[in-house]
Design a protein around this ligand. Structure first.
Ligand SMILES: Cc1ncc(C[n+]2csc(CCOP(=O)(O)OP(=O)(O)O)c2C)c(N)n1
Ligand SMILES: [Mg+2]
Length: 556
């Protein structure tokens, strides 16, 4: 037993659970915690200037190193500000312990400023939400919170910390962390059945998902594709790297257009979905993206995803890496020479249309518009692709401007790419900071739309404060171009209300400099290559604002 205050016990327990970063934005109710942070040098406090930035940084950190992380916000308004980022974190399954200070128990009843119950606010977006009512319960609650956040399907949890609990002294048994080993693989009988089923397919396709990146299973997925002669698609919403783009079997990204996806999948006779979301889409279409006759095999640790929207012939709640490691020897042993020859033939036939071929075409298309001013976003993406160092990590949220980025920048390793998971804007600006802290030694390039950047622009200050090696490239088209495009295509209207960021135009260079980030604006396409190379060469944070075409004749 140790006699401790609630506030010290809270930080001790975070450290005992392996947390080394606490992202936060404090208020009066968090002062007890802030006061004792210096007693725990193992825990690095990272200040974010808005709660969406705080949780966005924690999300980026958790995604880039698959580790438990903590974030702390201030009472109900702070939690409210964080909800969009929490929604993102839930989508990407980030194991975050999100805490919020709360008014003292009893004092809350008087309805002071800043009081509202926190648990019901957080609940829809977390795996578990709880308020601590006694300091004695902190060990149990903290250990349970960590276990829940880290056990697949991983995700955020939320703990409300009333002031009186933080002040209370108690005799505490701190206990120890529990880690659930959830690296499950199917039974031998199921694996044998799976091997037979896969080898019976004449033309299989693989849908590669982010769980392959999270569990470092690229090598296993590559061997599966080679043994089966299967074409591999990246999942429709890319959260993270999914499969090495330059492998000859990689056929690139599936789009989020239901009709187009269905047409692409139609020729295949089996879809093997590896740790992916099965064809998650964005906007409504009456067309089902999955061809009705296409059987599905789905391996995922997220049981909710299995058979969620489509009947699935074989649905396996399992770890993709362990499953593939157990399956591959069976396939190697059982594949006969005829099947091997057919697989090799199919692989060779992908050459004219695989990712590398698509990259070649995307390059040519980008070079055709190289001279245009305002700069064509396709040319910007090409110049970014050329400037990126090999070990670079791309964090992306640039909507229409980055449409061609996945075709130009290869996914090479499981940590090379992080994208917007949920559609809720505001991930990339702070997410890049989390990635930089999680992956020391790897330069980060964040490619962000002008509109998107403004959902987390305060992140620039934290990047400058911590001198992080991040290059922010802002594709400034002075608009919400995607909304304009959708108004035209879906509603046949060109009456653009609330979609222009003009009058006045936003000066991202001045914004960046005001927060301590070196910045320059690029207008001439010829200046792109040297400016991007120079920015990426610098050690500290840099911002390059690129004036790109708005897609509507600029200025209309
Ligand atoms: C939190 C949040 N608010 C609003 C939206 C709606 N929305 C989707 S895309 C978009 C515009 C993005 O603008 P920008 O980053 O400049 O990209 P562009 O469309 O110009 O390529 C908006 C406002 C959203 N997805 N998430
Ligand atoms: Mg824009």
């Amino acid at each position: 037993m140790t006699r401790l205050t609630g506030r010290s016990a809270f930080l001790r327990l975070l450290i005992d659970e392996g947390v080394d970063h606490l992202f936060g934005n404090p208020g009066t109710t968090e002062l007890p915690i802030m006061e004792v942070i210096p007693d725990f040098p193992q825990l690095k406090f990272v200040l974010g200037l808005h709660e969406s930035v705080v949780v966005g940084m924690a999300d980026g950190y958790a995604r880039a190193c698959n580790r438990l992380v903590a974030a702390n916000v201030h009472v109900a308004p702070g939690l409210g500000n964080a909800m969009g980022a929490l929604y993102n974190a839930r989508f990407s399954g980030s194991p975050i312990i999100l805490t919020a200070g709360q008014q003292e128990q009893g004092h809350g009843l008087l309805e002071p400023l800043l009081y509202a119950p926190l648990v019901p606010v957080a609940q829809p977006f977390v795996k578990w939400a709880v308020e601590v009512t006694r300091a004695e319960d902190l060990p149990l609650i903290m250990h349970r919170a960590a276990k829940v956040a880290l056990t697949p399907p991983t995700g955020p949890v939320c703990i409300s910390l009333p002031g009186d609990v933080l002040e209370q002294e108690a005799e505490l048994e701190l206990g120890a962390a529990t880690r659930v080993d959830a690296r499950m693989r199917p039974s031998d009988a199921t694996l044998a059945m799976l091997a037979r089923r896969l080898l019976a397919a004449k033309n299989p396709a693989i849908l590669a998902g982010h769980e392959l990146g999270v569990h470092d299973a690229f090598a296993e997925a590559v061997e599966l594709a080679e043994l089966l002669g299967a074409g591999v698609f990246h999942q429709t919403v890319p959260y993270a790297a999914q499969f090495p783009s330059e492998h000859p079997a990689c056929l690139g990204a599936l789009t989020r257009n239901q009709k187009a996806v269905r047409a692409v999948l139609e020729p295949f006779d089996l879809l093997v979905c590896l740790g992916a979301d099965l064809l998650r889409m964005s906007v409504y279409s009456p067309v089902d993206p999955l061809p009705p006759a296409l059987p599905v095999i789905h391996v995922s640790e997220r049981d909710w995803e299995l058979g969620k929207n489509h009947p699935t012939e074989v649905a396996l709640q399992a770890n993709v890496k362990e499953t593939l490691a157990a399956l591959l020897p069976l396939l190697r042993a059982q594949r006969n020479p005829v099947a091997a020859a057919q697989a090799a033939q199919r692989l060779a036939a992908f050459a004219p249309r695989n990712w590398s071929a698509q990259q070649g075409r995307a390059r040519i298309a980008a070079l055709e518009v190289a001279e245009e001013t305002p700069i064509d976003p396709r040319f910007l993406m090409l110049r970014i692709a050329e400037a990126l160092p090999r070990e670079a990590v791309v964090v992306e949220e640039a909507l229409t401007s980055s449409l061609t980025l996945p075709a130009l920048v290869p996914q090479r390793d499981p940590k090379s790419y992080y994208g917007l998971a949920s559609g809720g804007l505001g991930f990339a600006m702070p997410g890049a900071i989390g990635a930089a802290l999680a992956l020391p030694g790897r330069p980060i390039t964040a490619v962000v739309g002008d509109g998107s950047a403004l959902y987390g622009i305060q992140a620039l200050w934290t990047a400058a404060h911590l001198k992080l090696p991040i290059t922010y490239v802002i594709a400034n088209n002075r608009s919400y171009r995607i909304l304009k495009e959708r108004l035209v295509s879906m509603r046949k209207s060109e009456r653009f209300v609330g979609m222009d960021l003009r009058d006045p135009e936003i000066d991202f260079v001045a914004l960046a400099r005001s927060m301590g980030v070196a910045a320059r604006r690029i207008v001439d396409p010829q200046d792109l290559a040297p400016a991007l190379r120079e920015a990426m060469r610098q050690g500290g944070p840099q911002l390059v604002e690129v004036m790109v075409a708005d897609g509507f004749g600029d200025g209309r």
